[in-house]
Design a protein around this ligand. Structure first.
Ligand code: DP6
Length: 319
């Protein structure tokens, strides 16, 4: 018997950056758009072995993934946590695959921890039937958050808000957006986002980070509701630079911005300057650049993809 689950990645417009010790409690609320085309697939198979084990899943359309020993240990630790929560003693072989490159700032931890949480719930529910209580999507998201914070937002689409009350779907306009990720450098990043959350505490900018993020979140939601694309773009732009400034003002400083990232950001900036319109742009804890376009901007998205693909891999999902 095998159980399967898939979960999408997400891209935050207001970032989860900074957390308290233990359990991934964010120091600020975050807002994300769910990336329905960037998926992690998980398969769980019961085993008589005395421990859980991770293996790469062979799946059409997916690259075979490699997860470091410590990455596997973190993933299996989350499975252990879920089994304890569900009061289940058996072990599993966990197989996973992503249909996008791993560990390069495409938030594979969000989709993989969400998919693992879903798959474990499905499997144990099926095995224990009525002996396991029903969990709402919000409750499963809360369990997933404890494995990797950003994964709790992947349970809701298209817009997901994670604040002190947990993660949930939030109704906002721009429900369908074309998405592009410009893969500037697909080498494994030096400082993981989990590590970045800790290191930014040493930045003098982090003392007021919660207030800045909260203010931007409120402003962004107001402007999205008013369908003000340009002001929203400006808020989103300031937010990811704020996060990258936190990185670069930490002790010691660290960063992800590469020459390629700056090239892409410059191209987007000049489009906005020339046309008074353009895509929303954001970056996570990595050098890749995410672009979001309204449905009527498909032609622009195609042109930008064509220009940038001379230098970079561009992964596009048109709606
Ligand atoms: C920059 O969710 O990867 O992508 O909770 O330690 O697993 P852990 O951190 P993680 O942090 C994501 C940070 C970010 C911004 C975001 O997605 O909000």
């Amino acid at each position: 018997m095998k159980w399967q689950a898939a979960a999408p990645s997400n891209i935050a417009l207001i970032k989860y950056m900074g957390k308290t010790d233990g359990g991934n409690i964010s120091t600020n609320a975050s807002l994300s758009y769910t990336l329905g085309n960037l998926l992690t697939f998980i398969e769980l198979e019961p085993t008589k072995d005395s421990t859980d084990k991770w293996e790469a899943l062979n799946k059409e359309g997916c690259e075979r993934i490699h997860i470091s020993e410590s990455g596997q240990a973190r993933f299996l630790k989350h499975l252990g946590f879920l089994k304890k929560e569900f009061n289940f003693n058996g072990n599993f072989i966990v197989r996973s695959a992503n249909n996008f490159p791993s560990d390069c700032g495409l938030a594979s931890s969000a989709s993989s921890f969400a998919a693992l949480t879903m798959a474990a719930y499905k499997a144990v529910k099926d095995l224990k039937k009525a002996d396991l209580k029903d969990y709402s999507l919000e409750a499963l998201a809360d369990l997933s958050r404890q494995g990797s914070g950003s994964s709790c937002r992947s349970f809701f689409a298209p817009w997901s808000l994670w604040d002190d009350n947990g993660a949930r779907k939030v109704d906002l306009p721009f429900e369908k957006l074309h998405h592009q990720v410009v893969v500037v450098n697909d080498k494994i990043k030096q400082v993981s986002s989990s590590e970045a959350h800790k290191r930014i505490r040493t930045s003098s900018l982090s003392t007021t980070r919660t207030d800045r993020a909260q203010e931007r979140l409120e402003k962004l939601m107001i402007n999205m509701k008013a369908q003000d694309w340009k002001t929203s773009y400006e808020i989103i732009w300031n937010e990811f630079w704020d996060m990258h400034a936190l990185f670069e003002t930490s002790q010691p400083p660290f960063g992800y911005m590469s020459r390629g990232s700056l090239h892409v950001l410059d191209s987007v900036k000049s489009i906005w300057q020339n046309q008074n319109d353009g895509p929303w742009v954001t970056m996570d804890a990595g050098p890749n650049v995410h672009l979001l376009y309204r449905p009527d901007q498909k032609y622009l998205a195609q042109n930008i993809a064509q220009d940038l693909s001379a230098h970079f891999q561009v992964i596009t999902n048109y709606v």
